[in-house]
Design a protein. Structure first.
Length: 241
């Protein structure tokens, strides 16, 4: 999330957040180690923000997501609950807790959900991740409807495409017996069709910060594959959009 005095990142482990900070060494960056599945962590996060002079939150980005690929007969209750708590419950209640700080921001704050195509396209082996991301998308739709009745905070959702990340590299190693569509992902990688992390980050930055009109920002989900907006943010419009 971005606050008045810089960027605050939340993570379960220190190593991941330090790697993130290294990507933008000139940004005023702080981090808080917190397990967002735990309700007490939500209070800790809000408390840490309120302790800062003139605290407010300009941007709240929900991009944490988990969900191991597995067929329905092998999914454990613990795995599914972990995904639901991380992918749905935490974004809902963190948004609720941070609404006062988002409203206090000038201009008013924005919430951004980082969605996924799997929420709309069932695949064998994707039950845990796909179902919880579908619920996450439904949460975005609900907040998009309700937030304008409560104040000036607005919400949007982005789909940054299939991005070449360490997480995807790990996913591609999944046996096809667990996730048959892994062969399609391997093909995308081999053909150079994956989006880079820089492309995804620039797209997210564009939606969050450059789209000034609130109605346009929250009107519909932003998909990186839709070419109509490429000229507004892509440095090379001949890329894999």
């Amino acid at each position: 999330m971005q606050e008045r005095n810089g960027l605050l990142s939340l993570a379960r482990v220190r190593g991941s957040v330090l790697r993130f900070a290294a990507l933008s060494p000139t940004t005023a960056f702080t981090y808080l180690l917190a397990d967002i599945r735990r309700p007490e962590a939500w209070s800790d996060i809000v408390g840490a923000l309120r302790a800062r002079e003139g605290a407010n939150v300009r941007y709240l980005v929900h991009d944490a997501a988990v969900g191991e690929p597995e067929r329905v007969g092998h999914i454990s209750l613990e795995q599914f609950q972990d995904a639901m708590e991380t992918n749905v419950t935490a974004p809902l209640f963190l948004s609720q807790e941070l609404l006062p700080l988002l409203e206090r921001s000038q201009p008013p704050g924005r919430i951004l959900h980082v969605g996924a195509g799997i929420a709309h396209r069932p695949q064998v082996g994707s039950l845990t991740y796909g179902v919880t991301k579908a619920a996450f998308h439904r949460l975005y739709e609900q907040l998009r409807l309700e937030l304008p009745t409560m104040g000036k905070v607005r919400i949007a959702s982005v789909r940054p495409g299939t991005v070449d990340t360490p997480g995807l590299t790990k996913l591609i190693e999944t046996p096809a017996t667990q996730l048959p569509d892994v062969e399609y992902l391997r093909g995308m990688r081999d053909r150079g069709e994956l989006y880079t992390a820089d492309e995804a980050a620039e797209f997210i930055r564009f939606v969050l910060k450059d789209v000034q009109d609130d109605d346009e920002y929250s009107r519909e989900e932003w998909n990186i594959r839709d070419s109509w907006h490429h000229s507004r943010w892509k440095k090379d419009t001949t890329g894999n959009g």
